[in-house]
Design a protein around this ligand. Structure first.
Ligand SMILES: [Zn+2]
Length: 348
């Protein structure tokens, strides 16, 4: 081997090593966060809600008869086909009970995985955020879907639901959501849980799935269980039985939502997830060829429905990073404050 080719070989080897090395060190959110389309594979979920990915995800169409999707720049309309179908079905059930259509926030990225902004969960295509604000009586433009803010259901600076805003249709939306057998958890602000505990009569079994958690007064979070056939999916602990309208709810008002007595120590910075933190299957899912966008988009059941024409921009990290939060203002209300709790806090 000539001196020159030896040098060339060394350069190539070093280059390859560095390339793979930097790929391995790249935060997984950058790898997953810039994928425009799902992996052309059978729908399958791997890992846990906060550490995993999804193959063969499908998109919820931008519009359906009873829904509109929001914050389109984030490209998070993707989920396991079972979840996408549930969102469609829920939009019909809620409409019948007076909810003027569902505004759909983040579901998952096309291949799931960690995200560039927000959420620790939503990585499997089994979680979705649905606004606690009904659809307006018109189809929104792309810009309106980027900029419209959700309205909190809480009374300003309080831990209670604003009764001038809360309607029976809100309750029925959550009732129908909880009654899908695949749905395992619905996360809401403790004030919303309290409102349901105080007002729901008759069948109260469904309240078991409605779990109090910080935030979640602009939207609620709907989570389904591991789909059959996804053997690599790790289930969350069962919610057991009981309505949860008990001491565990009081804890939120007595401890969980209260400002801490002592100033909280600075939060430790979490290490960014890299590809090797996720199940092995996620590496193959990242590398798999793209699905065809038309085939990977859920077909709305009402074939006569004509959706407005919306042109989507190219998927980019910058547009995700610049997208506006759904909350009306950046000024945190009392209840937005995430408080490090000294006592064991309940799992969502
Ligand atoms: Zn969520």
């Amino acid at each position: 081997m000539s001196k020159f080719s030896k040098l060339l070989l060394t350069l190539v080897l070093v280059g390859t090593f560095n390339g793979e090395n930097s790929y391995a060190k790249t935060p997984a959110k950058q790898l997953f966060g810039t994928k425009a389309l799902p992996a052309a594979m059978e729908p399958k979920v791997h890992g846990f809600y906060s550490k995993g990915c999804v193959a063969g995800a499908v998109a919820l169409p931008l519009d359906g008869p009873n829904w509109q999707t929001m914050r389109l720049s984030r490209n998070r309309r993707w989920g396991h086909p079972t979840l996408i179908k549930i969102i469609e079905d829920l939009s019909y059930k809620a409409k019948k009970d007076g909810w003027n259509g569902v505004l759909v926030g983040d579901i998952s990225q096309p291949r799931g995985g960690p995200m560039l902004t927000g959420h620790r969960s939503h990585q499997l295509g089994l979680d979705s955020d649905l606004w606690l604000m009904p659809m307006p009586n018109k189809r929104m433009t792309y810009k309106e879907r980027e900029e419209t803010s959700a309205i909190s259901v809480l009374k300003k600076n309080s831990f209670y639901v604003d009764d001038s805003r809360w309607t029976r249709a809100h309750t029925m939306l959550l009732y129908h959501a909880a009654n899908f057998k695949e749905v395992e958890r619905i996360l809401v602000h403790p004030a919303v849980k309290k409102k349901l505990c105080d007002t729901v009569s008759g069948d109260r079994k469904w309240l078991n799935k409605v779990r109090p958690y910080w935030g979640h007064h602009y939207h609620f979070h709907l989570r389904i269980g591991c789909p059959p056939g996804s053997t690599g999916c790790r289930s969350q602990k069962s919610t057991g039985s009981g309505t949860g309208c008990d001491d565990s709810l009081d804890w939120w008002f007595n401890v969980g939502l209260k400002p801490p007595k002592d100033p909280a120590p600075p939060a430790k910075k979490r290490r960014e997830l890299v590809l090797s933190d996720l199940p092995q299957a996620c590496a193959a899912i990242l590398k798999a060829p793209d699905s065809d966008v038309v085939r990977a988009t859920h077909k709305v059941r009402e074939t006569a429905f004509v959706a407005p024409k919306i042109n989507l921009p190219k998927v980019s990290a910058a547009s995700v990073l610049n997208s506006k939060p759904i909350e009306a203002s950046s000024a945190a209300t009392l209840s937005d404050v995430r408080i490090p709790i000294p006592t064991p806090r309940p799992k969502p």
